[in-house]
Write a protein that binds this ligand. Structure first.
Ligand SMILES: Cc1cc2nc3c(=O)[nH]c(=O)nc-3n(C[C@H](O)[C@H](O)[C@H](O)COP(=O)(O)OP(=O)(O)OC[C@H]3O[C@@H](n4cnc5c(N)ncnc54)[C@H](O)[C@@H]3O)c2cc1C
Length: 473
């Protein structure tokens, strides 16, 4: 392996992003990965039956597609291809047509209908027009923004609880439900401040790009990043789980693509006690219970328009969704959980044998939950797609403990690097001027537990690497 300048612990999208940026800037980088394959939350394999390729974790990638860092790498030259649906989100409702979020604001306005449709258009249009700079400001380091007025407008709305913003903007079920579904991606209770910020980001992104999936599975993103990294001269070692600093190859610097808890355990003897204590107080938020299905046919939605979208938000009205998210946050299991359904094989035909489909769904559950949510999830889907259960050939479930065993970053089944509440939205894992640095100048953290947070966009890794390169200079 030679004598690397930097060792990156973990090959998730942020570990790979940090490694690429460091390697591109002349450092010799080695990634050590605990699992037998690379990719962290961005892996795909046959989890149910032969020929059915399931995404283990991340499935739909608006932020991966829009990531300024990924775009700068021309990943298509490394084999990454996107498959685009006809719409980003379908939101089925009882006894009325589903609300569909199309890229076109006009078509979405028509799908919402009435004055609320017009309000949706008026609220979203200023952000969508400036989306390229707005996303750079949101995903980039804190500093003077490129679009200060748009960012201020975003901040004023984003700081509000999602249920409050939805109810103050809209009068009827359809738009309120659509915004509530977008806001569940925050994994916060919808009556908590800042739950609107993530809701707005997802609603805006759906008008910039039809939320795509990676052709061949999310693993294609990992493979493209790894190909870039190896071509630039980097090295990757798998099956190399790190429990303490002594397990690591000798290097000048270490970048942790791990959660704060693992950093605190692995580097306990190399970091001051007060920093370790702060890492250990990190709030992970709820976990998830997930199901993958091999299906004999498409999901039989009552409203067939739901098949146009890569993501279906299943949970009914805003009050129902808000209750479900509040339950998970407060340590309770919802009997009618909000369910995130993804339909990758409807748009990427490599995922399932001809005429058949893969199904993917999860709901939020209390951190550390071991409850089997299969019945509750399938009941919610049946509510809007009667006959769904008859299409199931095989299912594979995973609870929060199994998620943690799969990837030690998923403490208690958390999926987005930890809670993005007020205290951890900008200052994760702990409040520091440079959140990627630690009191030990040799040690950095670059995972989704750092800003700008969870999701497959690589911006945490990229920004950690940039902050390090700046400090070297
Ligand atoms: C069920 C689920 C659904 C999701 N859906 C989406 C989605 O649709 N779209 C989206 O953008 N995001 C989604 N996400 C979130 C996304 O997957 C994560 O935010 C992202 O993977 C974080 O990347 P990362 O590099 O920070 O860490 P990870 O992806 O967690 O990678 C960390 C890597 O480090 C390795 N590692 C950990 N500890 C050690 C150790 N001690 N020694 C050696 N190696 C170690 C792990 O094995 C892993 O490979 C989802 C996540 C889950 C779990």
């Amino acid at each position: 392996m030679g004598n690397p300048d930097v060792v990156v612990i973990g090959s998730g999208p942020n570990g790979l992003a940090a490694a690429i940026e460091l390697q591109k800037n002349g450092l010799q980088v080695v990634i050590v990965e605990g699992a037998d394959t690379i990719g962290g939350g961005t892996r795909t394999s046959e989890l149910t039956l032969p020929g059915f390729n399931h995404d283990h974790c991340s499935a739909v990638h608006p932020m991966g597609y829009l990531s300024p860092f990924f775009q700068s790498l021309s990943l298509q030259e490394h084999g990454l291809e996107w498959a685009f649906p006809k719409a980003s989100i379908a939101h089925p409702l009882d006894n009325e047509p589903a609300v569909i979020q199309y890229r076109s604001i006009e078509d979405t306005k028509l799908s919402i209908g009435g004055r609320d449709g017009v309000k949706w258009e008026k609220t979203l249009t200023p952000f969508v027009k400036k989306a390229d700079v707005l996303f750079k400001d949101i995903l980039g380091p804190l500093g003077w923004p490129d679009a200060p007025f748009t960012l201020a407008n975003f901040g004023l709305k984003g700081m509000l609880p999602a249920s409050y913003l939805a109810s103050s903007l809209f009068s009827h079920t359809r738009a309120k439900a659509l915004f509530a579904g977008c806001s569940t991606h925050s994994i916060l209770p919808l009556d908590m401040s800042f739950s609107s910020a993530v809701g707005l980001v997802f609603a805006i992104s759906g008008h910039v790009v039809d939320w795509p999936v990676a052709k061949g599975g999310s693993i294609a993103i990992t493979n493209a990043l790894a190909s870039y990294f190896i071509k630039a001269g980097g090295k990757i070692i798998t099956n190399c789980f790190i429990s303490c600093m002594e397990d690591l190859p000798k290097a000048d610097y270490y970048f942790f693509d791990t959660d704060p808890l693992q950093l605190s355990d692995i580097a306990e003897k190399h970091l001051p006690a007060n920093y370790i204590n702060r890492l250990r107080k990190f709030n992970f938020g709820p976990g998830v219970f997930k199901i993958d299905w091999a299906l004999r046919s498409s999901i039989p939605w009552k409203d067939a328009n739901c098949l146009k979208a890569s993501t279906v938000h299943v949970g009914g009205t805003l009050p129902e969704i808000a209750q479900s998210e509040k339950d998970a946050w407060n340590g309770r299991h919802s009997e009618s959980p909000f369910v995130m359904v993804c339909q990758q094989s409807e748009f990427d035909f490599s995922r399932a044998p001809s005429g058949m489909q893969t199904g993917y769904a999860y709901c939020h559950v209390p951190n550390g939950s071991t409850k089997d949510m299969t019945l509750a999830i399938e009941k919610q889907i049946e509510r809007f797609a009667p006959g769904f259960r008859d299409t199931i050939l095989e299912r594979k479930t995973i609870n929060t403990t199994q998620f943690y065993n799969y990837n030690r970053n998923f403490f208690g089944g958390t999926i987005a690097g930890g809670a993005a509440d007020l205290t951890q939205l900008f200052t994760r894992p702990v409040a520091r001027l440079n959140p990627y640095s630690t009191p030990n100048p040799k040690i950095y953290i670059c995972s989704g537990s750092t800003p700008p947070g969870g999701g497959v966009h690589g911006m945490c890794g990229y920004r950690a690497a940039r902050s390090f390169i700046k400090s070297l200079r």
